[in-house]
Design a protein around this ligand. Structure first.
Ligand SMILES: Nc1ncnc2c1ncn2[C@@H]1O[C@H](COP(=O)(O)OP(=O)(O)OP(=O)(O)O)[C@@H](O)[C@H]1O
Ligand SMILES: [Mg+2]
Length: 307
């Protein structure tokens, strides 16, 4: 649904994006991950034709965007970095002006604004001029603009900036619902916990290169898991026993942490430990979360954390 072939961008002599081959499929919620300056926003601007590529081709819905008719862009919704709203107008006034530009039939505008206000928890602020809104509520106007014309393709760059936990849940619910109805969503965010709860595919961008693209299922299979074993009085003997079995052990906050055990073998291992007379009080898997996986993929895994 959103594909690129060897997409590249230079500013003057400086190449900022190198041969990006994105593949976002219909109905995906695709998490576009990268550190500050990885060129996520630049890529999204290219996809939206806000800037021109130096090289490469972009396909939306299988069509080369160089030859797309202008009307096609009505199927695309976007929020790129900081949203803009007219400060002296209220939320519905702003959204009405935008909806008119998007050619939404007049009688549909008010109900759509109302529905979005409910979904985005904006109803208490409908009479407020946008200049008096908080950061998070302004961000929600940006989201409402991206969604008001029921786009089939959504490009959201850091859409959850400044949102409180309740709003994060509301936005997650709304985006999942959109994807279920067939909207394809490309979303960049630094909130990797938030992404983990939402995406079904992941692309990792680092220094203008797409270093990984994988499904959420692949991430779950590839992520490292470890076992933390606690409550054994003779830790060192247990560690020796496990080392003998070819497993790597370390200590983390007094727990014995074992690496290299496939998930299917947990039961067998626990049984083996107990049959040696060890009686652990806790035996728990530690799965690498998306943040730790991401840092490992970009080669910055010295601060790895686990759920
Ligand atoms: N107009 C431009 N002229 C020159 N360099 C540019 C231009 N636009 C972007 N860049 C380069 O791209 C980098 C920023 O890329 P971009 O904003 O796409 O990153 P990002 O991944 O969106 O980062 P963040 O997470 O901070 O939003 C800049 O540091 C600069 O090197
Ligand atoms: Mg950015």
């Amino acid at each position: 649904m959103i594909e690129t072939e060897n997409l590249a961008k230079s500013f003057g002599h400086k190449q900022v994006l190198t041969d990006i081959n994105l593949n976002v499929q219909a109905g995906d919620i695709y998490g576009f991950l990268g550190l500050n300056g990885a060129r996520k926003s630049t890529t999204m601007r290219l996809l939206l034709k806000m800037i021109q590529p130096t090289k490469g081709t972009i396909f939306l819905d299988g069509q080369n965007t160089d030859t797309l008719p202008a009307i096609f862009w009505n199927q695309v919704g976007y929020l790129i970095e900081t949203p803009h709203a007219y400060p002296n107008f209220t939320v519905p006034e702003n959204l009405t002006m935008y909806a008119q530009q998007r050619l939404i039939p007049a009688k549909e505008i008010a109900p759509r604004i109302k529905a979005l206000a409910v979904q985005l928890l904006l109803t208490p602020y409908l009479d407020v001029k946008t200049k008096a809104l908080s950061l998070g509520n302004n961000q929600k106007i940006g989201l409402a603009k991206a969604l008001i014309h029921h786009p089939r393709i959504l490009l959201l760059d850091e859409p959850t900036n400044g949102l409180d936990p309740e709003s994060l849940v509301a936005v997650r619910r709304l985006l999942k619902q959109q994807a279920k109805q067939g909207t394809t969503i490309l979303i960049s965010s630094h909130l990797l916990g938030e992404m983990e709860a939402m995406v079904n595919r992941i692309g990792i961008l680092t220094q203008g290169q797409l270093v990984r693209e994988l499904s959420f299922d692949q991430f779950e299979q590839e992520r490292h898991t470890q076992l933390a074993i606690d409550g054994v009085s003779k830790d060192s003997q247990l560690a020796a026993f496990l080392t003998e079995k070819g497993l790597r052990t370390t200590y983390q906050q007094q727990e014995l942490v074992v690496s290299g055990v496939p998930q299917n073998d947990y039961g067998t291992l626990l049984h083996a430990i107990e049959s040696q007379g060890f009686r652990p009080t806790s035996f728990k898997p530690l799965a690498e979360n998306l943040e730790a996986f991401f840092l490992r993929q970009i080669g910055d895994d010295q601060h790895v954390v686990h759920d």
